[in-house]
Design a protein around this ligand. Structure first.
Ligand code: ARG
Ligand code: ZN
Length: 855
């Protein structure tokens, strides 16, 4: 069954008020729902309440039991005569048997909910669509010893004890919301409390709820929450609106976190951190996700989505907001590099493969499959382009108008764009194409200099390749930040400005160009496009040393490396000298902050190199990349050792941008020292592994050791395992580091790890740590005998019976069949064919696998 955007119709019935009564029990929870329903418009259609999997015990209308209802595809259809009624249903569900982790489920002995996108229907009968907004009153009762804490959306109203060892609590949320934002949590939880005074002087009680033993790992998340609340006031004028804001961390969660009104529920990996167990990357991700979910209170909750095709309205905008927040907390340049690296690793391949879809899709079978890098990350790039085109002031005027006009409603992407258009007076007609057109635009740029004339001409052309279902594309609006440097003086020949490329071809003339100009383009990655230029290795090296836009400087170095690697993987003689010189210049440039320098000298990933090739050759890519790493390591041995020593932390562990930069440089230097093959590099890594006072240094050492000799690899893995065997989040790292290892035997190791006592498919983090990580290990996954493909398919088929949503997310590596040689492609397709034929396959998996075959 396919749902289409064009088929949208407003709801037949509204439900302005709902009261829910939960009699909680892991084996049998009873829910009585009282819905105040109102007929919307003039029609005689029955009330249709979505449902899935619950046992229906009773239905009444206006206080009278009725039985003239039917169940159709899980939904309860009830004929009603008047325009307003009170409907009461009682149902029973079994949270402990809910392995899909959608609806009400058990995790670590506690009970929690996840309703976005369509999980609420697994709890009770209700119009499960985001344009039905209701005020919620929630009452919960539960065993007091087992579930001493009872939380729901909004404010706590009352609580008390019952006589049978149970207790109850009641919560009211005054803000009308769609049911996907409903949440409750019942459990044995400890709380880290804080408080925040909003810009209008209201005090908000903050709480982060975790199991008691994790309490000391919640301080970073609480700090991040307060920083995010202040940031949204300062940057967007958005103030928090309830007296309470709670976050609960759970171990079993299908994705990162959820923005339920006043009660965010998080995957514990995005809350828990201390120096011994979390890396700098984890700390950054925690702050980003805490901020993201908090920002949803306005971009998502106060203004929600009319239908799920509008998902990027809240997700793209909120990712853009969290990216800007993170950029403000430390190195903005490094943050931008990380964002673009993420986009290229996940979204560009999606746009180039069988699952390509626009940020506002036209059709879906299962909406969970559309929580994608395109909706989220490309969506964020679209918002970023709007901010660039309008400028900061007009963009803010536009978002103010949007929040003001659509507060309390379910809006569309068009509402957002129209608000920005109206507030800024900028015509965004053509810009709207970004919402409907899939695929990554390719821009060619060549700069012609007419010596003696003082004139240079930039010739730009854009083309978006076809994607499934969209054979022909039209030009989009690309804001390209451009600057010209003089090759002799290294000075500015043309200052930075934004070129709006909106035609298929455009020529831009620069006057007064008296020396040969060098093009710096798409600075800051101002448009999410692939830029092809004819810049020489020498010009790229020049920009890598002189460009004053840090992103462009990074990009020039990456392009230089990429050109070298792609040529070598294609069988051409590789000259590593230019790359080595550029790397030496970068690490030796004392003016560069270490975090940036460390990022800038990392080689492009194997899969990104593959994305540049007509036919991906995983073995050749691995070989040429290792050869370049070895040469950079060898040629600059003393530089790496000096960089390693200089990055030695002074005093104990601190989490600060500077200290993070030093640790990053140590990790990169250690990697190059090991790549050089230096005899003592294993000892150096092992010494770091043992002496480390933090997870960042320990894990970077372990990553290096895992690539090396068994004499050090085996003890290091054992020590790490024994030290952290009671910490699930750290064990995930132990599984991942082995699944991502650049080794010949990685496939065997991963198959062996499947039988490890700590491996389970039923915890999504653990499944992703092993199976997900292996799927993106390009060389190991794509071994020629197809054993990697068979392994992934076997595991996804098994996982699908427990948790279809998490299984379906792991399909994309098999969808790359068109990118490889015919033999590999056929093996991948065979696995996809096998998956679609599995009896009882979920619609999540069926949609992903069948679309992957069509591509
Ligand atoms: N809204 C949540 C977030 O981005 C994610 C919900 C994901 N839902 C899903 N069905 N995959 O913050
Ligand atoms: Zn989100």
């Amino acid at each position: 069954h396919v749902t289409r955007r064009a088929d949208y119709t407003p709801p037949d019935w509204q439900v302005p008020d709902i009261a829910l009564n939960f009699d909680l029990d892991p084996a049998a929870t009873r829910i009585t729902a009282t819905l105040h329903v109102q007929r919307s418009g003039v029609h005689d259609r029955p009330l249709r309440l979505d449902g899935a999997g619950q046992t229906l015990l009773s239905v009444s209308v206006d206080g009278t039991p009725v039985n003239d209802w039917v169940i159709e595809g899980g939904a309860l259809i009830l004929p009603l005569s008047g325009s307003a009624h009170v409907i009461e249903t009682t149902v029973e569900i079994a949270p402990e048997r809910n392995t899909q982790l959608m609806g009400l489920y058990a995790s670590g002995g506690n009970l929690c909910t996840q309703c976005e996108a369509e999980g609420f229907r697994r709890i009770t009968f209700f119009p499960d669509r985001p344009d039905v907004l209701s005020r919620y009153q929630v009452r919960m009762s539960a065993d007091k010893q087992r579930y001493p804490v009872l939380l729901a959306n909004g404010d706590p109203i009352a609580s008390g004890d019952l006589d049978d060892g149970r207790h109850w609590a009641e919560w009211h949320d005054p803000f009308p919301k769609p049911c996907y934002l409903f949440a409750l949590v019942a459990g044995d939880l400890a709380v880290n409390r804080g408080s925040f005074i909003t810009m209008s002087g209201r005090e908000v009680a903050l709480g982060i709820w975790v199991r008691a033993t994790d309490l000391e790992r919640t301080h970073h998340a609480l700090d991040a929450l307060k920083t995010a609340m202040a940031w949204d006031e300062r940057v967007y004028g958005r103030e928090y609106d309830l007296d309470v804001f709670n976050i609960v961390a759970v171990d079993d969660f299908n994705f990162g976190a959820m923005e339920n009104k006043g009660l965010n529920v998080f995957n514990s990996r995005y809350i828990l951190a201390d120096p011994d167990t979390a890396t700098d990357y984890d700390y950054d991700a925690i702050a980003a996700v805490v901020a993201h979910e908090y920002f949803h209170n306005w971009s998502g909750n106060r203004v929600t989505c009319r239908d799920w095709f509008q998902l990027s309205l809240k997700e793209g905008f909120t990712v853009y907001r969290d990216q800007c927040f993170s950029a403000d907390q430390g190195s903005a340049a490094v943050k931008r590099i990380e964002d673009v690296r993420g986009l290229r690793a996940a979204q560009f391949p999606e746009d180039a493969g069988p699952l390509a879809h626009p940020i506002r899709p036209d059709a879906y079978q299962e909406i969970s499959n559309f929580y994608t890098a395109t909706i989220y990350n490309k969506g964020a790039e679209i918002i970023r382009m709007l901010a660039t085109i309008l400028g900061a002031t007009a963009f803010r005027t536009g978002t103010d108008l949007y929040f003001d006009r659509f507060d309390g409603t379910a809006a569309t992407c068009e509402d957002f764009v129209a608000s920005l258009e109206e507030a800024s007076g900028t015509d965004l007609t053509q810009f709207r194409r970004w919402y409907g057109q899939a695929g990554t635009p390719r821009v060619t740029a060549s700069l012609l200099h007419h010596e003696g004339s003082g004139r240079a001409e930039l010739v730009l052309a854009q083309r978006t390749p076809p994607t499934p279902g969209q054979d022909s594309k039209t030009p989009v609006v690309l804001p390209l930040r451009v600057k010209l440097f003089g090759a002799q003086t290294a000075g500015t020949v043309a200052p930075e400005h934004v070129i709006l490329l909106s035609d298929a071809e455009q020529r831009i003339v620069f006057e007064g160009v008296t020396e040969r100009p060098i093009l710096s383009i798409n600075r800051g990655f101002s448009a999410p496009a692939i830029i092809e230029t004819d810049r020489s290795a020498a010009d790229l090296a020049f920009l890598g040393a002189h460009d004053d836009d840090p992103f462009a400087r990074y990009e020039a170095l990456q392009q230089l490396m990429l050109d070298t690697l792609v040529a070598a993987a294609g069988g051409n003689q590789a000259d590593h000298a230019a790359v080595i010189a550029a790397v030496a210049g970068t690490i030796g440039d004392a003016k560069l902050d270490r975090a940036f320098a460390a990022e800038a000298v990392l080689l492009p990933s194997e899969s990104f190199i593959g994305d540049q090739m007509a036919v991906v050759d995983p073995e050749a890519i691995f070989r040429v990349r290792e050869a370049l790493r070895r040469d950079i390591g060898r040629a600059l041995t003393s530089e790496w050792c000096a960089a390693y020593d200089a990055a030695q932390a002074i005093g104990g562990y601190v989490y600060s941008p500077e200290a993070k930069g030093l640790r990053r440089m140590r990790a990169v230097a250690l990697g190059y020292i090991a790549a050089s093959g230096a005899a003592d590099s294993g000892d150096l890594a092992f010494a770091q592994f043992e002496a480390a006072d933090n997870m960042t240094d320990r894990l970077s050492a372990l990553t290096t050791l895992v690539a090396g000799d068994a004499a050090q690899r085996t003890p290091a893995l054992d020590i790490f395992y024994n030290r952290y065997s009671d910490n699930a989040l750290v064990l995930d790292k132990w599984f991942s580091v082995q699944a991502m290892a650049p080794r010949d035997d990685t496939g065997d190791v991963v198959r062996e790890l499947l039988r490890h006592q700590d491996f389970t498919l039923s915890n999504p983090n653990r499944a992703r740590a092993l199976i997900g990580a292996f799927g993106v290990n390009q060389r190991a996954f794509n071994v020629t005998d197809g054993s990697g493909y068979r392994f992934l398919a076997d595991q996804l088929i098994a996982l699908d019976t427990l948790n279809p949503q998490t299984a379906a997310k792991l399909i994309p590596p098999l969808g790359r069949w068109g990118r490889f040689d015919a033999a590999r492609g056929a093996l991948m397709r065979a696995e996809l064919e096998r998956i679609v034929k599995v009896p009882g396959l979920s619609k999540d998996m069926f949609e992903q696998a069948s679309r992957s075959l069509e591509g």
